[in-house]
Design a protein around this ligand. Structure first.
Ligand SMILES: Cc1cc2nc3c(=O)[nH]c(=O)nc-3n(C[C@H](O)[C@H](O)[C@H](O)COP(=O)(O)OP(=O)(O)OC[C@H]3O[C@@H](n4cnc5c(N)ncnc54)[C@H](O)[C@@H]3O)c2cc1C
Length: 382
């Protein structure tokens, strides 16, 4: 076999938010090389998100990881970024009369959300149709995230700690001998005792190449688009101070973005791992739903895009060493929460890779290795 061109302590496959945040924390104590297939890190799901930090979003495990990430994003280390990574937004799950039961259930499991209705509701989101929407569950502390700055901060920090980022480096084969993985990539051969599988929608494919049993990851396409904030009376307004809202049955959401609005049908359409593209009928569906429950009139979308949110069966992420492939660490299944859980997941996976205990603040939140383990019962392996 050809000699590897580069050796490291840890090789990370994938330069999205998962790989970048893990690499940043692992590089404190290890020589890290991150391998990304595309010429730009963040090209896939990470570059296509809605960029919202919504602490009361996701299952109980996700909510612990949201909490564990917030302090880092609110107060990153000196030099991590030039501007704040998060800015106030506010977000509310809202309900029609028919959905009040769903809203009450949401409020019951989210004690930090407040019930709002009447004037208070239409002040934070004046675009909601008062003939349709009757109440909301409001998270005043929901924030916009600067996803580009967060990703670049992690990558810059990884390099500053002595690690490296190699782009155009698709991993095409993995083999292990004498306790060392050797990866064959388009940028040459790399070797290290530990490999981190942070390949997003491709994680099960990479796992297969390493001989690890699949975790049952299902990439699900989500569509998004931007539109002018034009109301039914024909006026176009600046929406930048309004809150994000979603219908509490998750059939649409909208939020201000760059002087316009962003909208989505909150779709979850199973897809093979691919460079996801929006389907015209999903955009049309979103426009129809949003026009039904809000005062917006949408003549045509500005930009449209789609990205893959990848889930395992119990919708919690997977972070831990494979039981059936030595030195192979899964870091997968971030679903629709991979930015708002980034620092927590990065610190957790670094602790696993380096053989440490769970960081104390995360253990204090009740997070356990078992709930993220790749061999937990909540996974439905194919
Ligand atoms: C429309 C939409 C809205 C969202 N909104 C939010 C939100 O508001 N808040 C939030 O927190 N999250 C949100 N998300 C989810 C979030 O974007 C993801 O959870 C996160 O980006 C996943 O990051 P990742 O690094 O796992 O995947 P990716 O960003 O896809 O990165 C994986 C990388 O691995 C690389 N790769 C794959 N195979 C190989 C290989 N063989 N060799 C080398 N490299 C490889 C890929 O090229 C890719 O760059 C949203 C997602 C979408 C689509």
């Amino acid at each position: 076999m050809t000699e590897p061109s580069s050796t490291a302590d840890i090789l990370i496959i994938g330069g999205g938010m998962a790989g970048a945040s893990a690499g940043y924390f692992m590089a404190d104590e290890a020589r890290v090389v991150l391998l990304e297939r595309e010429s730009q890190p963040g090209y896939h799901t990470t570059g296509r998100s809605a960029a919202l930090f919504f602490e009361n979003y996701g299952n109980a495990t996700i909510r612990k990881l949201n909490k564990a990430t917030r302090p880092f994003l609110e107060n990153p280390p000196e030099g991590f970024a030039e501007a704040p990574l998060m800015t106030p937004r506010g977000a509310a799950a809202v309900a029609t009369e028919a959905l009040i039961g769903t809203l009450e259930a949401e409020l019951a499991q989210s004690p930090s959300m407040e019930r709002i209705e009447g004037k208070a509701l239409f002040e934070i989101a004046p675009y909601l149709d008062p003939d349709r929407i009757v109440a909301g569950a409001y998270e005043a502390g929901a924030m916009d995230m600067d996803v580009h700055a967060i990703l670049q901060g992690f990558l810059r920090g990884l390099r500053a700690k002595g690690g490296s980022v190699v782009t155009d480096a698709e991993v095409m084969g993995l083999s292990r001998a004498d306790g060392v993985w050797t990866l064959e990539t388009r940028a040459g051969m790399f070797s290290a005792p530990i490999v981190v599988n942070a390949a997003g929608a491709w994680c099960d494919m990479v796992g297969k190449m390493a001989g690890a049993a699949p975790i049952g990851l299902i990439p699900k396409r989500r569509t998004a688009f931007t539109f002018d904030a034009t109301l039914r009376d024909g006026t176009t307004v600046d929406p930048s101070r309004w809150a994000m809202t979603d219908l509490c049955d998750e059939s649409w959401y909208v939020r201000p973005e760059g002087g316009r609005m962003m909208g989505s049908p909150a779709d979850e359409i199973p897809s093979p791992p691919t460079d996801a593209q929006p389907e015209i009928e999903d955009v049309a569906l979103a426009i129809d739903r949003i026009q039904t429950d809000t005062l917006f009139t949408i003549s045509r979308p500005h930009s449209t895009w789609a990205g893959l949110r990848s889930f395992v069966a119990d919708k919690s992420p997977v972070a831990g060493f494979a039981p059936d492939a030595d030195g192979f660490l899964w870091l997968a299944g971030q679903g629709g929460y991979g930015i708002q859980t980034s620092a927590g997941m990065g610190r957790f996976s670094a602790a696993m890779a380096l053989g440490r205990e769970i960081p104390a603040d995360m253990a204090a939140l009740g997070l356990t290795k078992a709930e993220l383990a790749p061999d937990r019962p909540g996974l439905s392996r194919p």
